[in-house]
Design a binder for this molecule. Structure first.
Ligand SMILES: Cc1cc2nc3c(=O)[nH]c(=O)nc-3n(C[C@H](O)[C@H](O)[C@H](O)COP(=O)(O)O)c2cc1C
Ligand SMILES: Nc1ncnc2c1ncn2[C@@H]1O[C@H](COP(=O)(O)OP(=O)(O)O)[C@@H](O)[C@H]1O
Length: 307
């Protein structure tokens, strides 16, 4: 973790999704920073505390740590400080944590924090304790109200649920952005080309990334300096006897080799469930229907966005 030399205003949290509720806190953080001539910093823990303390839960996150870094940077926050959350770290007392991290490493002069934030060994300390420690260490504490905190927590949970149910449009509305999957294009079973629909297989290295419900989706990706639309299948390819989950996209009006490339694929809309067809001809017919549906979606969205 890098140290922040200049005095800062800090907020602490996971910020999973960096959604419209988080955006309000980020706006506040930047506003306080500017008015007080401080640098703005978000302190986040990675791996997520629940990944370390409750491994069995297997939590899924909307953003990988790399995705979160990128989005937060794009919002104009000066520092995203990622502190490695370990069992040893979780045993620091509240005072040790405040002194070692918030004061010595982040040089915090102001801390913006939820009314119910708890910290230190066994989550012993609360916002009142933080205010007291502020008197010793020279920072002040600004509280985020119950209502604002609940809005944020509820929408991260709501977004995860919407993604798991395949309701990408709802997730995108809450995110104020398009949900995306990022990874590398790898070789598949080499069946796609024979079906007339070559598909780029996306390999996501982070096992904690949330994956939408199996099914077919309209997507877009930035390839070769332009936006290309595609249709993505998430599933096990039951028609051709597959059994492991793959994420594969056929890109429209595109014919280049994508193997080995890092791709960011943004998901726009769900089309249908993945189906186990009786034979490959039925699958091809369904893919052609998906193609027609996708083309008319693109036409309509072009009419709306005028691009
Ligand atoms: C738009 C689209 C829809 C698809 N729908 C289904 C489906 O409903 N059922 C299915 O078994 N496979 C479906 N597939 C997956 C094909 O079976 C898959 O593309 C084929 O197995 C090629 O795999 P490969 O890329 O590993 O060669 C779909 C693929 C695409 C691109
Ligand atoms: N329109 C396209 N959409 C997706 N991939 C394409 C397209 N045109 C060419 N490709 C290339 O073809 C590969 C997919 O071919 P495919 O026969 O499905 O093989 P495999 O399943 O072994 O990856 C992609 O990874 C990409 O490199």
């Amino acid at each position: 973790m890098s140290e922040i030399i200049n005095p800062s205003v800090v907020t602490i949290g996971t910020f999973d999704g960096v959604h419209v509720g988080h955006q309000k806190i980020i706006d506040r953080l930047i506003d306080v920073a500017q008015k007080n001539h401080l640098e703005s910093a978000i302190l986040t823990f990675f791996p997520h505390p629940r990944m370390v303390l409750q491994k069995e839960v297997g939590i899924k996150l909307i953003n990988t740590i790399e995705e979160r870094k990128k989005i937060i940077k794009s919002k104009g926050v000066d520092h995203l400080v990622i502190y490695p959350f370990t069992k040893e770290f979780s045993r620091l007392t509240a005072r040790e944590y405040v002194e070692q991290i918030l004061v010595n490493k982040l040089n915090a002069k102001k801390i913006i924090i939820g009314y119910d934030h708890r910290f230190g060994r066994n989550r012993n300390a609360n916002i009142q304790d933080l205010k007291e420690l502020g008197k010793t260490f020279g920072f002040t504490v600004e509280e985020i109200s119950k209502q604002d905190v609940e809005e944020v927590a509820v929408s991260s949970t709501k977004i995860r649920k919407a993604i798991e149910e395949g309701d990408i449009e709802k997730a995108n509305t809450f995110l104020g952005n398009l949900f995306s999957l990022n990874g590398k294009i790898v070789k598949g079973k080499s069946l796609g080309k024979t079906l007339g629909f070559p598909t780029a297989n996306l390999e996501i290295k982070e096992d904690y990334k949330i994956i939408p419900k199996n099914g077919v989706y309209i997507v877009k990706a930035h390839l070769d300096n332009k936006w290309v639309f595609g249709m993505m299948n998430i599933g096990t390819n039951p028609t051709v006897g597959g059994d492991t989950q793959t994420i594969e996209t056929y890109f429209l009006d595109f014919s280049q080799d994508l193997y080995g490339q890092e791709l960011s694929i943004q998901i726009l809309k769900r089309i249908r469930d993945e189906i186990k067809f009786g034979d490959v001809d039925q699958l091809i017919e369904a893919m052609n229907n998906d193609l027609n549906y996708t083309k008319s979606y693109i036409q309509d969205s072009k009419a709306i966005n005028n691009d």
